[in-house]
Write a protein that binds this ligand. Structure first.
Ligand SMILES: *Cc1c(COP(=O)(O)O)cnc(C)c1O
Length: 220
């Protein structure tokens, strides 16, 4: 049965927001055919959370796709994506930042990244607290990472049905974003919101949402 359900879901979600909100279609675990379907209805931003899967899909799909690395990234794997990645969303430690800087230089390009801030209550979520953030941004401001463009922040809210908790976590990250934009006016992206919580995220200031299952269906 031929279906264009992916296109329909994409356009439905896009209509919910102004064009200033970037929709990253999270295609992890989904086949290239599903990505191709979204591509054919003019979608260009896709997110993956595993390096091997990302590189395989990059090799099999058109070159004008913007590939977002949204998952936890191990330092020793940066080299596999450094030549083509569009935006790395989840940078939360200095060693990783240094490695991205090094690989960017090797590839003769600047790599854009977002700093992941811990906003959720769960212990399992990655991300920095504000002290870690300050430390990193001080080093960045001093010119230590010449091959990196920090473009903003990324965060994941607590996985809970309590919408007040989710909203307050997003609101906190937006406050932080607005505050740091004073010193870093080049910060442009606030990446927050997934299938279950993106409407709240956008209400609280997100301009980049990472939506998987609401577009491609549930993952098994
Ligand atoms: C999987 C994933 C998403 C998308 O999750 P859905 O609930 O399917 O929308 C967003 N962000 C990150 C970091 C992810 O790993």
């Amino acid at each position: 049965m031929k279906s264009n359900v992916i296109c329909q879901r994409l356009s439905k979600i896009k209509k919910e927001f102004p064009g200033s909100v970037t929709l990253v279609a999270v295609s992890k675990t989904k086949p290239v055919e599903a990505i191709r379907e979204a591509y054919d209805c003019h979608h260009r931003d896709f997110g993956e959370n595993k390096v091997q899967e990302l590189t395989q899909k990059f090799n099999r799909l058109p070159r004008d796709i913007n590939w977002h690395m949204i998952g936890h990234l191990q330092r020793n794997k940066v080299k596999y994506i450094a030549s083509f990645v569009h935006l790395i969303h989840a940078v939360d430690n200095l060693k990783l930042l240094k490695e991205i800087d090094k690989q960017a230089l090797k590839n003769n390009r600047k790599i854009s990244i977002l700093l992941q801030i811990k906003i959720a209550r769960e212990k399992t979520k990655f991300g920095m607290d504000e002290a870690g953030l300050k430390e990193m941004l001080d080093l960045y401001r001093q010119g230590n990472f010449q091959n990196i463009n920090i473009k903003g922040f990324m965060g994941m809210a607590t996985n809970t049905l309590d919408k007040d908790i989710v909203r307050s976590e997003f609101a906190y990250l937006n406050e932080l974003f607005v505050k740091y934009q004073i010193s870093f006016p080049e910060f442009t992206y606030l990446s927050m919101g997934m299938s279950g919580d993106y409407p709240i995220a956008v209400e609280e200031g997100s301009n980049m949402i990472r939506v998987g299952s609401a577009i491609f269906g549930t993952r098994i």
